[in-house]
Design a protein around this ligand. Sequence first.
Ligand SMILES: C[S@@+](CC[C@H](N)C(=O)[O-])C[C@H]1O[C@@H](n2cnc3c(N)ncnc32)[C@H](O)[C@@H]1O
Length: 481
Amino acid sequence: MLLRDVDLGDVEAYVRMRCDPAMMADLGGPLPREGIAAKVERDAAEAAEDTSWIKMIVPDEARPEVVAGTVVVWSHASDGESLSEIGWMVLPEFQGRGLGKRAVRALLERARAEDRWGLVHAFPATTNAPSNGICRSIGFSLVGERDVPFADRVIRSNHWFVDPRSLDSPSQPPAPGMIGSWLGAGCDESQNGWVVDAGRAGPARSEFQSHPVPEPTDPACVQRRDAGAEETARANRWWWDSDADAYQDRHSDFLGDVSFIWGPEGLAEDDARLLGDVAGQRVVEIGCGAGQCGRWLVGQGARAVGIDLSRRQLLRSQQFDSTSGTVLPVIQADAQRLPLADGAFDLAFSAGGALAFVADATAFLREVARVLRPGGLFVFATTHPFRWSFLDEPDEAGLVAVDSYFDRRAYVEHDSHGDATYVEHHRTVGDLVRCIAAADLRLKDLVEPEWPADFDRTWGGWSRLRGRIIPGTAIFVCARP
Ligand SMILES: C[S@@+](CC[C@H](N)C(=O)[O-])C[C@H]1O[C@@H](n2cnc3c(N)ncnc32)[C@H](O)[C@@H]1O
């Protein structure tokens, strides 16, 4: 596929896109044919002047005359401020082949390479499921719905935005040698995943404004069903990117920026010492969020690295790097495919990180075992499986068992298009013990932190009232033989 500037020969393609009832169904119906030639003329002039990027999508480079659609980035005023927008259209016979997504991504990658356009917004009609799917799968964040003027009409649209610099691109090369030199050990940075420049100053506060996440108030938006690895990772990356700011703001007084807490009961690693003496140890935190735990370990003399699926969580981590002065190198990657060499770590841990958010627990544990040296430890905290029987409420309502502990189907939230926006997987205690054994790890301890009598704090469904009666967190201490 290639993208080329629109030219005067593209009138027919414009007509097919803009004057066709099916193509324009989500945009209030077809536009009149007259005026299209003048529009192409204006667009071609703008493209030639480079004031906008107005590109025709050519699926086959050998046949540049065959056009599949268009993708455009331009800048305009919105509420008195300049705003960059991206829009695209794909002709019916080329739909369903991923061309639209590739074209959008290619233009955003160019925006990143040229450091042009800043944040890029998109406003697909709420009814346009494929375009909203493209936004989600590329990693746009959803702000909410709004009415957008288009031609002589108003279109109910979803407002998405993306920072092209934060595209999750497996093809983006990692900063060479950074993690490897920090660890002083073999660390394969060439695999899937890439290194966030830990030395970079944290972004300005304005990049961290909160973005509302749709609340699954409608029971139809929540299901218990099976969810595979890719669907799970896609949904959870979207969720954590969208919720990262609100999550960090909600829990900042508890999590701090350099502190290691295993879970809502407040068990501190400083007291529990489940990882042992960490000074000089190579440690990887999986599902590190904003890296508070890893940063604490760095302060204890460990050579720690954080891994997380969510770019936005990692941006918060970088912000804490600058405010605290303690830097945790971080990598954006999926826990199911760690971009790390075999045996590169003495210790691995996860404090409520990836386990519940991956579809195949055994495969995940095997992947962690792979990066540990023989004798290395993997300590992971997860929501206590026992809690799956109860409503996630901090008060009396959360003390009534309503769901079967043995129901292994995932908890899935989805949006009005049916796309999953959050997936959490449940395993029983026995399941987890078997997964650990199947990954060739040895279970050394299972810690169930008790709620401290004088600790009166609520964290979602965790509270003193419930904590006195039912367990909230399970911490599995495993060793690679
Ligand atoms: C509850 S937070 C735990 C992080 C940290 N300990 C805290 O308390 O804030 C869960 C983290 O796991 C990350 N995560 C979810 N799925 C993941 C995956 N497949 N790979 C890596 N990280 C993942 C999320 O992005 C999120 O930052």
